[in-house]
Design a protein. Structure first.
Length: 529
């Protein structure tokens, strides 16, 4: 299917009539349907509750203060799932009118009025302006178990991937598993052409509608969409066989889901379930991806992984299996952000699809999760951020697997980009880095702890205030180097001076200090002058 063929998918916004979409855009602009205006309308408390998927406070505010306003009507319709009368809809959309809303598939008759068939959410991309993003209504907006071909809105995972994706200018990019198009919108800010794929034709229909609705902000020609965007339906890399890209971003359907005998694809929640057992979808995606990366190109994605029990009943190191997924000729950086138990994992995803609402099947579905995990000896499930790159020169120099569970600065992509660039620079410099002149990064502070009356501190820490917000434990030599790093003397000059002062005959003193300095450079606590 080409992009135009996604314009008339059943039960999705219709995007074949550009004039109607343009009228919708003009009406939304005129009513000031923006993040700032909505936030002001709701107030801090109701807005915070709404961000937690609690709509009652927002509904109370609108009913008490803005029941007859156009902005209140539209927010109540498209974000709170409430019914509106024809007269109010004609007032809110003076160009599009009720008939246009129906033709676009955005509303349907319900009770004595009309209700939304989609949600319209406000989102800021890398483009210069806000976007209106259509997606399926969530369970908090429309109670009941989600449809299996549900098109997800702007969730935390979507935002996380957007915040970790490195935004270098590139020629071509792939958004694998685009959903309603969130990553695509961000990629258009720094990529000449983006290919967006999804298993779901409904998702691609939403994506096409969103592209056309926001074409001015995204700076794309609505009558020549293929110039900037290609939409393709299919699983994993199948739709782009034989192609290569400068960047791949993916929020894949990585949720670990129990498999059933004789299950059908239409019975899966396609936005989260890739149809493979355990975490095999993620390992398969990683094994296939290098074929679709040009030399020097990278992929950023989100992932779950299983952490298995050892024979003695303890849990294996989280990265043991994950490391085995990546060939040695790739640069790799994986950060585990959290771990959860099998039972909590099951509860999270049963709640996500509102399966908790159906008490008759909840226990059965819960047991299916636990049986599935037991069958593979799973003791925990990890979630994290994945970056890997096909080195331009064929020589990999980065292989980092670390656990960072504390809050980090967002977006974190600039920090990742800086640290990867420093890793490359150190690899290229070799021993010559000893001639560099360094200083402590601006966001770094030193912290010392000592017992009352002690002559010297027992613990010396360097704390990073931005980025990944690392804390590094220093020994006396490393602390001395940090204190003296003001850019005046080279690395080797400082190491030689410290060696003569405090090495106490340790023949490995300089090598160990050079290794520590290299690590602190890679982590962004030092920088070149």
């Amino acid at each position: 299917m080409n992009a135009a063929e996604f314009s008339s998918i059943e039960d999705a916004p219709q995007s074949s009539d550009l004039q109607l979409i343009e009228k919708l855009s003009e009406d939304l602009t005129e009513m000031n349907f923006t993040y700032e205006a909505v936030s002001e309308l709701l107030g801090e408390d109701a807005k915070s509750a709404f961000d937690r998927d609690q709509i009652v406070p927002a509904l109370r505010v609108i009913e008490q203060q803005a029941a007859d306003t156009v902005l209140g009507c539209v927010f109540r319709l498209f974000q709170l799932g409430q019914t509106e009368e024809a007269a109010m809809l004609n007032k809110a959309f003076p160009r599009l009118k009720l008939d246009g809303l129906l033709k676009l598939g955005l509303i349907e008759p319900w009770a004595a009025g009309f209700r939304a068939t989609v949600a319209l959410t406000l989102h800021s991309s890398d483009a210069d302006g806000e976007l209106w993003v259509a997606h399926d209504l969530g369970a908090h907006q429309r109670p009941g178990v989600l449809r299996t071909d549900h098109v997800l809105g702007i969730g935390q995972a979507s935002l996380t991937l957007a915040q970790i994706t490195i935004r270098s200018k590139v020629d071509t990019a792939l958004d694998l598993g685009t959903g309603c198009g969130i990553q695509l919108f961000h990629l258009l800010g720094h990529c000449r052409h983006v290919t967006a794929t999804d298993l779901s034709t409904r998702a691609l229909a939403f994506t096409r509608f969103n592209l056309l609705l926001n074409h001015k902000v995204l700076q794309i020609d609505p009558r020549n969409l293929d110039e900037r965007v290609t939409l393709l339906q299919g699983s994993l890399f199948e739709p782009v066989a034989g192609q290569q890209f400068d960047l791949i971003a993916s929020n894949p359907p990585f949720v670990i889901t129990p498999r059933k005998k004789a299950e059908r694809q239409k019975d899966r929640f396609t936005y989260r379930d890739g149809g493979m057992a355990g975490d095999r979808l993620v390992s398969t995606l990683i094994s296939q991806a290098p074929e679709y990366l040009r030399p020097g190109a990278s992929m950023q994605m989100l992932s779950n992984w299983e952490i298995h029990l050892l024979e003695d009943g303890t849990i294996e190191p989280w990265n043991r299996r994950v490391e085995s997924w990546f060939p040695q000729d790739l640069d790799v950086w994986v950060i585990e952000r959290e771990q959860t138990s099998p039972s909590l994992y099951a509860e999270t995803w049963l709640r996500d699809a509102s399966q908790t609402e159906d008490s008759s099947s909840y226990a059965s579905a819960y047991n299916a999760y636990l049986d599935d995990f037991d069958s593979r000896g799973v003791g925990a499930v990890g979630f994290g951020l994945v970056y890997f790159r096909k080195p331009a020169n064929g020589r990999a120099t980065l292989r980092r697997f670390e656990q960072i569970t504390h809050p980090i600065e967002q977006p974190v992509a600039p920090t990742l980009q800086r640290d990867i660039a420093m890793n490359d620079e150190l690899a290229a410099a070799g021993e010559d880095f000893k001639n560099w002149h360094l200083e402590v990064a601006d966001d770094v502070t030193e912290e010392r702890h000592q017992r009352p009356g002690a002559e010297h501190p027992g613990v010396i820490l360097l704390r990073q205030g931005a980025g990944l917000r690392r804390t590094e434990l220093l020994d006396t030599a490393q602390a001395g180097f940090a204190s003296a790093s003001d850019g005046e003397l080279s690395v080797s000059q400082l190491v030689v001076a410290l060696d003569s002062l405090i090495s106490e005959g340790d023949h490995e003193f300089a090598d160990k200090l050079y290794e520590a300095i290299s690590r602190l450079l890679r982590h962004g606590l030092f920088r070149k002058v």
